[in-house]
Write a protein that binds this ligand. Sequence first.
Ligand SMILES: C[S@@+](CC[C@H](N)C(=O)[O-])C[C@H]1O[C@@H](n2cnc3c(N)ncnc32)[C@H](O)[C@@H]1O
Length: 265
Amino acid sequence: MSTFEDHLAALDLELFARIPAQLTEADKRSLLAVQHSLRERIPHYTYLEIGSHLGGSIQPHLLDERCGRIYSIDKRPLAVADERGYKVPYPENSTAHMLKLLREVNPQADERIICFDADASGVDPAAIAPSPHLCLIDGEHTDRAATADYAFCRKVMGEHGVVLFHDGNIIYSALAGILESLGSEGTPFHAYALPSSVFVIEFGEVDLHKSAPIARMLIDNHEQYLFGLLSLEHYREVYNRKPIRMIRAVWQAWLRTKHGLRGAR
Ligand SMILES: C[S@@+](CC[C@H](N)C(=O)[O-])C[C@H]1O[C@@H](n2cnc3c(N)ncnc32)[C@H](O)[C@@H]1O
């Protein structure tokens, strides 16, 4: 009979089968590859996520005996702000419902998971002990919130660890700002994107990118690249329509007059 380890090594999506997750199949494979590689390097790890909804992204960690403690931070609003310019509805979004589903995955859910019904600013960092080695940021999809969630994760993480962002194709300005500040601080890190839209920042030489499943995804990395660009295609479509082109032409002329810019787009 196959063990949990066999399923994880095979990046078997069955590990996500019991609770719906807001993830593509490729996202799920990427998250399993990260989990597989991390637990080889840190045999007893702690997981934290911001934005849990039904618990879909928690389930493979709850099935993993090597993951001793799980933190779930979720503000549980009924609609969530999003950088794409609209609010995403989350009706009947509750921690009680999530825990009910997670108990069906593993009856030890209540002992293993600590839940905070708040955004990260409402959580006392001292309450996050032991420190997480792996954090997933998947709460409010605005640049402001993703940056604040990242700052919280960095505060509570140890030296060695990994921060994951889901939907990097939406909060890419936050990612650019975060990487720029890591560069100017001189903090060593490795950053890369996995399919479909999982953005990874590694700290403290955990070197997950050297593990076989992640190295494979990084060689054939067209999938996440095209997913990210195609997810923005409708903006280009609207931006290139005739009335908008006329507004752009006026706007560019105004910019050239104001700043003396050439070829402003
Ligand atoms: C995209 S869903 C999370 C999906 C989940 N990770 C999965 O894979 O199935 C976003 C979640 O973030 C929560 N949320 C929204 N704004 C938040 C905030 N500012 N802080 C923490 N959680 C937030 C919502 O309640 C919702 O449950």
